[in-house]
Ligand binder design. Structure first.
Ligand code: FES
Ligand code: FES
Length: 163
């Protein structure tokens, strides 16, 4: 019987479209999307908090759907469109969630903020949250150590009302 580990290539090509730009990366198959973005594409807006799927700091959008990039292997995104915080603004205009976070001062240290904003953008696209309680519930995967939650919820309510 062969050793299965011998069948795993040391590097594998991954084609991914990030913020509208096409990339082919040569990655170890166990590279997370988070590390691919930060270490291979220098897109350091996406933050590494827990690296275990518990804080949401690494949230990005894959095909418009919010995911924890620390729990997503880059090879799983082969051929997919990924949007990070760097790609949310369009033609020099901030995404409504970005503008709302500024309007409501919805951050303190800012470490959780890219993940909060990407998650909120995904939430808006889902169309599932109707009030503050539902926003809190559906954003519960994004932690903020600074406790900026009231302002974050207010910002998302503003973005919802304008979308
Ligand atoms: S870094 Fe991914 S969930 Fe915390
Ligand atoms: S603003 Fe500091 S962790 Fe959220």
């Amino acid at each position: 019987m062969g050793d299965a580990t011998h069948d795993i290539p040391e590097r594998t090509p991954v084609h991914v479209i990030v913020n509208g730009v096409s990339h082919t990366l040569d990655l170890a198959p166990w590279t997370t999307l988070l590390d691919a973005l930060r270490d291979h594409l220098a897109l350091t807006g996406t933050k590494k908090g827990c690296d275990h799927g518990q804080c949401g700091a690494c949230t990005v959008l894959i095909e418009g759907r919010r995911v924890n990039s620390c729990l997503t292997l880059a090879v799983m995104t082969d051929g997919a469109e990924v949007t990070t915080i760097e790609g949310l603004a369009k033609d020099g205009t901030l995404h409504p969630v970005q503008q709302a976070f500024i309007d409501h001062d919805a951050f303190q240290c800012g470490y959780c903020t890219p993940g909060q904003i990407c998650s909120a953008a995904g939430l808006l696209a889902e169309g599932r949250a109707r009030d503050a309680d539902e926003i809190r519930e559906l954003m519960s995967g994004n932690l903020c150590r600074c406790g900026a939650y009231p302002n974050i919820v207010a910002a998302i309510q503003q973005a919802m009302s304008r979308s």
